[in-house]
Design a protein around this ligand. Sequence first.
Ligand code: FMN
Length: 233
Amino acid sequence: MSKHEKTELGLSTLLNPVPVVMVSSAGKNPESDLERPNICTIAWAGTVNSEPPMLSISVRKSRHSHKLISDTREFVVNLVGKSLAKNCDLCGVKSGADMDKFDKCGLTAVKAKGLEYAYAIEQAPVSLSCKVISVTEFGSHDMFVAEIVAITCDKYLLDEEGKLCLDKANLVTYSHGEYFLLGDKLGFFGYSVADKEVFEKRMGYKKTHDKYVRERDSKTNKKEEKKKKGKRF
Ligand SMILES: Cc1cc2nc3c(=O)[nH]c(=O)nc-3n(C[C@H](O)[C@H](O)[C@H](O)COP(=O)(O)O)c2cc1C
């Protein structure tokens, strides 16, 4: 059987991998048990616009976070590094209606920059403060579209020139029900057409441009040879 022989699957949300994030929010009265700072794990999150920067999260009405976010129209998207992975899972299986998840996870709630009510997770490498601008109800989830109004990050993620090196954050991704650590860097935006100097600089000099071009051309040549011989793969 050829590797690419197809079969049909049942319909599902199979777009993968996706970012998995810890969304923090709080009610207007953070002293009360039902409005204290809370964390909810969200995998249905995405970027929706660049100018202004906007993102969306899709949340079921039954989530405690849905109520907090609807009340204040604020939330924080905290990116998840390897050291937060287990807490990220826990915040996705327990509800803030029943427990203080910051306390349970040993995490620190800090007032989110640019927001009135929401808290960020101090231990998250990057936190995006968001203000809701629209809510769209679909069948199972409500999609909150929000503008990113402030971003904070751990200082160690910046290089000497102040450039954000997100690869240092050891980010976690989610695919088909499982968590993964991001793997090797394969390239960068436009690397397929980058010149030698740019390529070597951006790839950290691990692999020379010549080696990359040799590998790429040898793969292309092999494919073409197979095609000529009429073989499929
Ligand atoms: C990996 C993972 C991803 C999740 N993604 C979503 C999501 O995108 N939307 C959603 O409504 N719930 C999602 N959940 C479920 C909620 O995180 C979970 O129901 C949580 O307990 C809700 O917390 P809360 O009641 O304190 O808001 C996810 C859970 C896990 C473990």
